[in-house]
Design a protein around this ligand. Structure first.
Ligand code: HEM
Length: 235
């Protein structure tokens, strides 16, 4: 059997795959959150919102070498591959651990870390559901009340005037934050970085990183719904 297949079949190999695909998805989440902060940059002197210019830049990136929008498509394919591999491998690890322990423990002690680990699966599924709805909402526009392709600031402005949508995003970002906290922490453990003297510092890094990401994401819907940012031109 091929060495990489053999590695993937081992539990250690699966944990490494979960950690590495998780790291790629984490980098996407950080990049997306930072990109979303362009919402606060207002209009360019040419009259186009910085957020719309950024979306246009992503579509045109490497257009000369690869063709219009193709770099973005390549990124989407890589991300989707990572997402699927992440979910499938976690499911395989879960199945393996319940096979290894067919009789459940009679009495389970609820330690904070085990609560986090057990809710990871459900949290991850909720994040996955959020991504599907979110693509329909702000990328394809099929779940948006008044979507205009390419007018990203206008689309988010209209979306977040609806308090129910703001609440939905708020809940999703809290679930994401919890998932990221435990994910970053597990990443350190899988790579063997967690030693007793580093434990506190690594936990703090995981907490701060997930908190900053959640606050960064939530700053957009909250500012738009509280009227802290102006309506798009023509509204
Ligand atoms: C308040 C939080 C968020 C806001 C305001 C937001 C906003 C947006 C907007 C406006 C787009 C469309 C961009 C465009 O058309 O160029 C988009 C796309 C996307 N978002 Fe988010 N997003 C948020 C959170 C998230 C989170 C947490 C994830 C993943 C865990 C995520 C994943 C994606 C993906 C995969 C796309 C599609 C990118 C593409 O293929 O072009 N978003 N988001």
């Amino acid at each position: 059997m091929n060495v990489s297949c053999e590695f993937y079949r081992s539990s250690v190999g699966k944990k490494v795959v979960v950690a590495l695909t998780g790291a790629v998805l984490f980098l996407f989440v950080v990049g997306h959150m930072l990109g979303n902060l362009k919402t606060f940059m207002g209009m360019d002197p040419s009259g186009v919102h910085h957020l719309d210019m950024y979306a246009h830049f992503l579509r045109e990136f490497m257009a000369e070498a690869m063709g219009h929008g193709n770099f973005l498509w390549l990124t989407r394919v890589v991300l989707l591959g990572c997402l699927l591999l992440h979910v499938v491998t976690v499911a395989q690890l879960q199945a393996r651990s319940s096979e290894a322990r067919p009789v459940k423990y009679k009495k389970q002690t609820l330690r904070a870390s085990s609560v986090a680990a057990r809710t990871m699966w459900y949290g991850g599924m909720l994040v996955f559901l959020f991504i599907v709805l979110h693509l329909g909402h702000l990328t394809l526009g099929s779940l948006h009340s008044d979507f205009v392709e390419g007018e990203v600031y206008r689309n988010v402005y209209i979306a977040f005037q609806n308090p129910l949508i703001v609440i939905g995003y708020f809940i999703a970002m809290c679930v994401l934050g919890f998932h990221l906290y435990h994910g970053v922490w597990s990443f350190f453990q899988t790579l063997g970085l967690d030693t007793p003297d580093r434990n506190c510092a690594l936990r703090l890094v995981a907490k701060v990183a997930s908190f900053v990401i959640v606050v960064g994401f939530l700053s957009v819907p909250l500012s738009l719904s509280l009227g802290l940012l102006p309506p798009p031109v023509g509204m």
